[in-house]
Design a protein around this ligand. Structure first.
Ligand SMILES: Cc1cc2nc3c(=O)[nH]c(=O)nc-3n(C[C@H](O)[C@H](O)[C@H](O)COP(=O)(O)O)c2cc1C
Length: 207
């Protein structure tokens, strides 16, 4: 099926270029804007690569500042990719405001205490969901997983859920951050920041 005529025009007159030299401050400003108009602004695509084979999946960002933090399962494909190759890329697409942010950097596992703190801040149902999942491993049937979920809910009624041994937190330490704003007639705005030592340098890129 040819879908070449599917096209949406972006209208944005405001320039994104300003005197902010720190892309982490800019990220905060853009995230604050996105929260007002985007339904799940913390959803992002995480791309990892293992033996020159890339792989992407959606994730939810749980913290940002100097680094970008998310939580997952150590038995997953992404975790095994990361153990081979720490380089990764994350991507936000906020279609309601025609903005994209690309962040490249290295990943690092975060401290277990911090992971536990986040784990126990989640709703009980999500804690159980994490406990019963051997993420990305094949299962015999979905019904068996549901049975396991229900049995585990019953087992831990009014009890503290044991911390799942495979639950991990990961942070991306950014080296490159690009801000993209959709513009009229496909004349988009792009602003790229690169980290050299502690310093961020910026340049405007052609769309
Ligand atoms: C919007 C959205 C958010 C998600 N957030 C997470 C998340 O924060 N952590 C996670 O482990 N999986 C999350 N997932 C599931 C992943 O996309 C993926 O299916 C799972 O982590 C297994 O990936 P892997 O086998 O490539 O490691 C999310 C999926 C969607 C669609």
């Amino acid at each position: 099926m040819n879908i070449g005529s599917t096209r949406k025009d972006y209208k944005n007159q405001k320039l994104i270029f300003d005197d902010i030299n720190d892309p982490l401050i800019k990220f905060h400003q853009w995230y604050t804007d996105a929260k007002k108009k985007v339904s799940e602004p913390n959803a992002f695509a995480l791309s990892t690569s293992n033996q020159n084979t890339p792989s992407s999946r959606m994730m939810l960002l749980k913290e940002y500042g100097e680094t970008f933090v998310f939580y997952t399962n150590n038995s997953s494909k992404k975790a095994s990719d990361i153990s081979q190759n720490k380089n990764a890329s994350i991507l936000f697409w906020w279609k309601e405001i025609h903005r994209q942010i690309r962040i490249d950097g290295k990943l690092k596992k975060i401290d277990k205490k911090r992971v536990e703190k986040y784990f126990y801040s989640r709703p009980i149902e999500s804690q159980i969901g994490a406990l019963i999942s051997d993420q990305s491993k094949p299962i015999k049937s979905y019904n068996l997983l549901i049975d396991k979920y229900l049995a585990t809910i019953k087992k831990y009624k009014n009890k503290k859920i044991p911390f799942p041994k495979n639950w991990i937190g990961i942070e991306l330490m950014p080296k490159k951050i690009e801000f993209w704003q959709g513009g009229e007639f496909r004349v988009h705005q792009r602003l790229e920041f690169n980290k050299r030592g502690k310093q961020w340098n910026q340049k405007i890129l052609s769309p």
